[in-house]
Design a protein around this ligand. Structure first.
Ligand code: ATP
Ligand code: MG
Length: 160
């Protein structure tokens, strides 16, 4: 089992130039910028990149993307939430299938293969975690993707 580092400022950093072009800002709600989870650093960055890419793509101009991490002691739940059109319940599990796209959400057509979320799911499952869409809470508008990964045992951390 591998443990990897999630550095949120770095994950978000890659998307900042594109977000700025559309006046989209990021709001970070995390206990720390860097966290250790079961997984591998590049794969974790890839998951964030795909989720944040979607969030920027579907955000309205001037929108806010909220990135959060919650540590429950054994695992960390990360979430990426935007203020775009959201995803109806009917599509909420299907969007993780390869090539699946929600037609009414498709903005430009180009650069949209319908693979990003399938890749996220494969990576997260490989790391022993789970990923889901949960954008139906009180006050939630837009899409909200969450994924949970276990934290490494203390002994694993100190061996790195
Ligand atoms: P790719 O990621 O391969 O460039 P894509 O973004 O279309 O293409 P996914 O990331 O797998 O593919 O997303 C699948 C579909 O889910 C999208 O086409 C879109 O319809 C919907 N979707 C994904 N993220 C969001 C979001 N944040 N808001 C609204 N709809 C979304
Ligand atoms: Mg995508």
């Amino acid at each position: 089992p591998l443990s990897g580092r999630v550095q949120l400022s770095r994950a978000v950093g890659d998307l900042i130039p594109w977000a700025e072009e559309r006046s989209i800002t990021f709001s970070m709600h995390t206990p720390e910028d860097e966290m250790m989870v079961m997984g591998e650093t590049d794969g974790l960055l890839h998951v964030f990149h795909n989720l944040l890419n979607n969030a920027v793509k579907y955000s309205p101009v001037g929108g806010v993307i909220t990135v959060s991490a919650e540590d429950d002691g054994e695992s960390i739940v990360f979430s990426v939430e935007d203020q775009g059109p959201g995803i109806s319940r009917e599509h909420s599990t299907k969007v993780f299938e390869r090539f699946y796209r929600v037609d009414e959400n498709t903005i430009d057509g180009s650069g949209s293969a319908g693979l990003g979320l399938a890749i996220c799911r494969r990576i997260v499952k490989n790391f022993g975690g789970e990923i889901w869409h949960d954008g139906y809470g009180e006050g939630t508008r837009g899409a909200r993707f969450c994924f949970r990964l276990n934290k490494p045992e203390e002994s694993v951390v100190t061996n790195i």
